[in-house]
Design a protein around this ligand. Structure first.
Ligand SMILES: CCCCCCCCCCCCC[C@H](O)CC(=O)SCCNC(=O)CCNC(=O)[C@H](O)C(C)(C)COP(=O)(O)OP(=O)(O)OC[C@H]1O[C@@H](n2cnc3c(N)ncnc32)[C@H](O)[C@@H]1OP(=O)(O)O
Length: 578
């Protein structure tokens, strides 16, 4: 029996007759539904349920940026049998049902990521209040782990949303911001964060959210909750859903989309569709069981194991193992306004770096600048940013054909043609203008960083940063350290990349680094196949069917790859990627 005085992951507070359950996972950046958390939450919940003095409950997180990041992924890996997974899902469903069926109003006060099992907790609560900020997001990303929401999430999303919206969320695993969640009816009240420069602003926002939740739950206790009223469109949608012809049409469209996107290689989306079909045909009791069966079936597949391992790998690549840079990076100069240079500027300006985008001619510069402006204008159209944010972001971009202001730069990212002499000359010339602390990064997929730095006055500040096109979409950044590159230079480059939202691998300065070397071997094979008479189209079909995101032949057709494959095969080396 858990001693309620000895809680380690939950802080229990009271205000009048309201209980505030504050989640604060021990030694963790985020809250997760781990065994330890559940071992405290369940007795706390039962205690509050049975305490007649308590009239309402608030579930809130003490961690800035994280409401609950879902069930503990490591828990699934430690499970020995399929039955245990089925039972785990059933237990999760039962806890959520108890939350939902509680006679006392339970409010989820959400700031930060509300994902997977965390979203399922929020959906089981009677009322959801959410902070309208960048860090607050809702989603069921289980499909990205090869799973499906297994604690009643498929059922509650179907109840709260139209079939197409529910499918959209569950099949894509995408995250939506609080404002959109409110518009979709998943959130009841939006709370605007306190806009202020004071320190500990996030803690203050949590306090503020808590005070609003307390006020609301007190109101509900007095008034008794009113049911959410559905709008005309929602009513029309739900009537349409009763029609099996329409339902089956939507499901078959979704299935066709899944097949074209995944080639049927991922079992999770197909199981999700099956669970949803069973629910729509037989009701939620059958649906819940189907959900638990599917959860258990999926969690033991190799695909889920591989995707979970990928999650751990990605998490590792988000860390800066070199610590904190000696200086904060504020200003970046990007040399070369081609597609990649402009892309680097794109991912930098919205993170509030001051960016100088340089090219030799006004027309090249205009091209790069237009690429950036067009993308951000598109974001406005798709409601990803407001026009005020657009103006703020674009004000961080300075385009120029001279080397003015380079003395303010903390890092130069050179992104010109793959020409060693050109890169060496640029480095040498810029060293006259840049301050002592400024580091120089070359965006190259093939040239040796050591050679680029051969004539440098401070080779320890030279590094490779290999971005991939389109830079605003491809998350990967390959950072290349030469023998002479200092740890602070690596640390600084990693911190810039992380701030730009990149997943980073750090590799040695060996021929082809890591990514180009992998590609080269694929292209050699591709050439053999072409020589043997296969058509590029057939090779693309075969590679996509095998699981490649893009066909190998079409990849070769893209500029970068063809130059690697045709002209610049690197010499043999024993170096390994790190
Ligand atoms: C209230 C009690 C109710 C009890 C209910 C019973 C539940 C049991 C039910 C089982 C049935 C299934 C339930 C459910 O449907 C299944 C799931 O929820 S699967 C998980 C879904 N969630 C995710 O996939 C989110 C994964 N995390 C992220 O995307 C990101 O971490 C983040 C949340 C967006 C935060 O990003 P960052 O700020 O960049 O931080 P990091 O990524 O570096 O993470 C920091 C740290 O946290 C670890 N971590 C994050 N999420 C999880 C997780 N879900 N499980 C385990 N660990 C997690 C991450 O690995 C890092 O660890 P570190 O490396 O620092 O040790």
């Amino acid at each position: 029996m858990t001693d309620l005085q000895q809680l380690k992951n939950i802080k229990l507070d009271y205000e009048d007759n309201i209980a505030i359950v504050q989640l604060n996972q021990e030694n963790s950046k985020v809250n997760i539904l781990s065994r330890k958390m559940m071992n405290e939450f369940v007795p706390v919940f039962n205690h509050l349920k049975n305490d007649d003095n308590i009239k309402g409950i608030i579930v809130i997180s003490a961690k800035p940026g994280s409401f609950i990041a879902g069930a503990d992924i490591n828990m699934f890996e430690s499970v020995k049998s399929r039955d245990e997974l089925y039972q785990m899902s059933r237990n999760g469903q039962e806890i959520m049902n108890q939350i939902e069926q509680s006679s006392k109003p339970i409010i989820a006060a959400i700031a930060g990521s509300c994902l997977g099992g965390g979203f399922e907790v929020a959906l089981a609560c009677h009322y959801r209040i959410a902070m309208n900020d960048k860090r607050t997001g809702f989603g069921v990303p289980e499909v990205k782990l090869g799973l499906l929401p297994g604690a009643g999430g498929t059922q509650r999303l179907l109840k709260n949303l139209s079939l197409s919206d529910a499918l959209d969320l569950i099949l894509a695993g995408k995250e939506i911001k609080a404002k959109k969640a409110k518009a979709m009816g998943l959130v009841d009240i939006l709370v605007e964060p306190i806009r202020s420069d004071v320190q500990d602003i996030e803690e203050q926002n949590i306090e503020y959210l808590r005070s609003i939740a307390i006020r609301k739950v007190k109101e509900i206790v007095v008034q008794k909750p009113t049911k959410r009223k559905f709008g005309l469109m929602e009513n029309i949608k739900s009537i349409i859903m009763l029609n099996s012809y329409v339902r089956n049409y939507i499901l078959s469209q979704a299935q066709a989309k899944v097949m074209s996107q995944t080639q049927g290689l991922y079992p999770a989306p197909l199981k999700i569709l099956d669970v949803i079909q069973q629910t729509l045909e037989n009701g939620s009791k059958v649906g819940l069981n189907a959900e638990a069966e599917a959860f258990a079936d999926l969690a033991i597949t190799n695909e889920a194991k591989a995707l979970i391992s990928l999650f751990h790998g990605r998490t590792e690549c988000k860390k800066n193992k070199y610590g904190k840079p000696e200086r904060e990076i504020k200003t970046i100069a990007i040399i070369g306004a081609g597609a990649i240079g402009a892309g680097i500027a794109h991912v930098s300006i919205d993170k509030d770096f001051q960016v100088i985008l340089y090219d030799t001619t006004s027309s090249a510069l205009y091209h790069g600048q237009s690429q950036i402006i067009k993308s951000y204008q598109n974001y406005i159209k798709r409601n990803r940013i407001t026009s005020t944010e657009y103006s703020r972001i674009l004000s961080n971009l300075n385009c120029q054909t001279t080397f003015d202001n380079l003395e303010k730069c903390d890092i130069i990212i050179e992104s010109v043609f793959e020409d060693l002499k050109l890169k060496q000359n640029i480095l040498n010339e810029l060293e006259q203008y840049i301050p002592e602390h400024c580091i120089f990064a070359s965006n190259t997929y093939i040239l040796s960083i050591h050679q680029i730095a051969a004539n440098s006055r401070r080779p320890h500040k030279v590094i490779g940063m290999h971005y991939f096109s389109p830079v605003d979409k491809v998350e990967l950044l390959e950072i290349i350290r030469a023998k002479q590159t200092s740890d602070n230079t690596i640390c600084t480059a990693v911190s810039v990349g992380l701030k730009q939202g990149k997943i980073i691998i750090i590799v040695n300065d060996s021929p082809g680094f890591y990514t180009t070397r992998l590609l080269i071997f694929s292209f050699i094979e591709l050439f053999y196949l072409l020589q043997e008479g296969l058509l590029p189209n057939d090779i693309d079909k075969a590679t996509k069917k095998f699981g490649f995101h893009i066909g190998l032949a079409i990849l070769l057709d893209s500029g970068v790859a063809s130059r690697v494959a045709i002209g610049q095969l690197p010499p043999k080396s024993n170096s390994i990627a790190t």
